[in-house]
Design a protein around this ligand. Structure first.
Ligand code: SF4
Ligand code: SF4
Length: 219
């Protein structure tokens, strides 16, 4: 899931300077879970913009804002409202914003209402934890399923830096040292021999930006 936080009201008003007819798009998936772009947040944003003198021409919350087919359908159903708009405010992640831009046939200005923070695992208690940085060369088999690239403050792939104290990271004493967690988990599983294996230095070409466009092979 992509974790987002809404821009502040002042930032959003700044973005929309000179725009008076606003269509709002949310996302029923990640942004809804983050409470930044689900239906309640979109309605609250509409009320806020109206209270500041803007004309909200309409709003929609596609099931997933970064899926073109869903956005095309949502736009087709709201074509009249969009025709009377001069801007689209998107309460979703950056992929959602760009999906709007790519699928908007009216060439409206598209504005991001949220900041995209990171991809996260959602805990049973509803918490969000960043656990993967999409490095392109996964080493979880060597680290008991705990990512050193993401959870070690120095992204060390071959063991700890030596600065950990009482299991905490020297960079941030509030955080567990990722390598202490990895060691304990390997120990619990009787796999400490894995600690002796070495990972190759990170090959940044594998997480090259922009990533090449990929297609899912059809069966
Ligand atoms: S090793 Fe790379 S791909 Fe695997 S979880 Fe960590 S960042 Fe993600
Ligand atoms: S103390 Fe642990 S988590 Fe922190 S930088 Fe060193 S190895 Fe990484």
């Amino acid at each position: 899931m992509i974790i987002t936080k809404q821009k502040t009201p002042d930032e959003i008003l700044d973005l929309l300077t000179g725009k008076s007819h606003i269509f709002i798009v949310g996302c029923g998936d990640c942004a809804a879970a983050c409470k930044t772009g689900g239906e309640p947040e979109v309605k609250a944003m509409a009320d806020f913009l109206k209270s500041r003198g803007r004309d909200v021409t309409g709003w929609v919350v596609p099931e997933t804002a970064c899926v073109s087919a869903q956005v095309k359908t949502a736009f087709a159903k709201n074509r009249d409202a969009l025709k009377h708009s001069d801007a689209i405010l998107v309460l979703a992640c950056g992929s959602g914003v760009q999906c709007m831009r790519q699928n908007d046939r009216l060439s409206l200005d598209v504005f991001p209402g949220c900041e995209s923070l990171f991809a996260a695992l959602v805990g049973a208690d509803g918490s969000f934890q960043e656990v993967c940085s999409a490095c392109g060369e996964c080493v979880l088999d060597l680290t008991a399923g705990i990512c050193p690239v993401t959870r070690c403050s120095k992204s060390l792939k071959n063991g700890p830096c030596g600065g950990s104290t009482k299991g905490k990271c020297e960079v941030d004493r509030e955080r567990d040292c990722a390598w202490v967690l990895i060691y304990r988990e390997l120990e619990r599983k009787g796999r400490l021999d894995v600690m002796k294996k070495r990972s190759a230095p990170r090959d940044y070409r594998k997480s090259m930006k922009p990533a090449p466009d990929l297609r899912v092979a059809k069966p």
